[in-house]
Ligand binder design. Structure first.
Ligand SMILES: Cc1ncc(COP(=O)(O)O)c(C=O)c1O
Length: 396
């Protein structure tokens, strides 16, 4: 039995034109992000896992999962964007005296000590920004909406960030943060463009395109037919889908964006043909995807770039977390957090439903890539859902 979901094929989807530049995702910005991130101390590509047993049981030809649980020891892909944007924006603020690598390595010393970077977050973006600020030696203030767990707050505070709780949703925290940044001259490192302009979210998204560079490197010419990627405000999905379209043109995979049913702003935007709010109450186990409003910048990529949008009930993410922890069929056990499991959950639900298989052209020869965007970023919640310690699962 598939977990409940809704699927909407994007009527505005158009194959990537071979000779036309993609909107928003720019090759020179991708190159700048790559140069900076590969220079971070401890950088190495995260693994692309091949899951043959799971592919066979889902009735598809091949399955790869990009496993972000080990990224920089922070548990999610988010540092690729948030930490990169921090060092980029600090570097800009300082002028050209130091290279971006020197800023990232904390060599700016007293010149950044009194600068404050700030952001709003459901958890992972704040951790990434706090980590980047700490490495550079700048101050950091992170705005947390009410529902963010105490475990996630502790993780961010442990990177030296000051925490401000906002009595409201993620989108209200975004606005509160933008107001404080304005009032205090702080550097706002937003991962969405609906408050505070396009520059920071553009840099964040270009940082995320590193995922595609790493995936294409690991695939060594093999080409996926489908890509399942989770959506919060849409930045991750836009970066990954946009970069594939830029690199592979018409040969890029069909991008399916998976969101929680309770936070379906991208799905609703696709229905309406313009950025539109979520229809649900944002109460979802996929806490890092609980956004009520899309990032308009991300939407510019997704409105044509995404092949389909999927709204998945929590059950789907929970199924995928448990299945990844005990996959069977000779596959390695994987630790996927609640939001990190959404894309795999979307694939599992669609693959088990005849109409969805038809609509997405999922067949026994499909070669599917899913983004595993986080590990157990809140170990307590993970334990409650999977019934085992994440370290024990990872150890097999
Ligand atoms: C683990 C995880 N996956 C996916 C996303 C979605 O990214 P976006 O909000 O850019 O759509 C987030 C956002 O914070 C996240 O933390």
């Amino acid at each position: 039995m598939s977990a409940p979901f809704r699927l909407h094929l994007n009527p505005r989807h158009a194959p990537a034109p071979e000779d036309d530049p993609q909107p928003v995702i720019l090759p020179e910005r991708r190159a700048a992000a790559r140069a900076a991130v590969t220079g971070f101390e401890g950088y190495r590509p995260t693994p692309l896992r091949r899951l043959e047993g799971l592919a066979a049981s889902l009735g598809i030809g091949a399955l790869w999962l990009k496993d972000e649980s080990g990224r920089f020891g922070l548990g999610s892909f988010k540092s690729l964007g948030g930490a990169y944007a921090v060092v980029h924006l600090l570097h800009e603020r300082l002028g050209d005296a130091l290279s971006i690598a020197e800023v990232a390595a904390g060599r700016a010393g007293t010149r950044v000590r009194d600068l404050t970077v700030c952001c709003a977050t459901d958890g992972n973006h704040g951790l990434a920004v706090a980590w980047g600020a700490r490495r550079a030696g700048a101050r950091c203030t992170v705005f947390l909406p009410g529902p963010v767990s105490a475990g996630r707050e502790r993780a961010i505070a442990s990177q030296g960030a000051a925490i401000q709780r906002v009595d409201g949703s993620y989108d209200e925290a975004v606005r509160a943060c933008a107001d404080e940044a304005d009032a205090n001259g702080w550097i706002l490192v937003s991962d969405t463009s609906h408050a505070g302009g396009d520059e920071a979210p553009s840099r964040v998204m270009h940082g995320y395109t590193m995922l595609v560079d790493e995936i294409r490197g690991a695939l060594a010419g093999d080409t996926p037919t489908h890509l399942f990627v989770q959506g919060g405000v849409g930045g991750l999905a836009a970066a990954v889908i946009g970069a594939f379209r830029q690199d592979a043109g018409a040969g890029s995979p069909k991008g399916v964006v998976v969101e929680p049913t309770a936070a379906d702003c991208l799905y609703q935007s696709a229905l309406a043909g313009e950025p539109s709010p979520a229809s649900g109450d944002l109460d979802t186990v996929m806490a890092c995807l609980a956004a009520a409003e899309v990032s308009p910048l991300a939407w510019r990529v997704l409105e044509r770039g995404a092949f389909a949008f999927m709204a998945l009930d929590d059950e789907g993410a929970v199924d995928a977390m448990r299945r990844a922890a005990s996959p069977g069929g000779g596959d390695p056990p994987l630790v996927l957090g609640e939001s990190g499991a959404a894309a795999l959950g979307g694939l599992m639900a669609a693959a088990g439903d005849a109409d969805a298989r038809d609509a997405l052209a999922l067949t026994g020869t499909s070669r599917v890539l899913v983004i595993g965007s986080e590990g157990a970023t809140d170990p307590e919640i993970y334990r409650r859902i999977v019934g085992r310690d994440p370290a024990a699962v990872a150890a097999g």
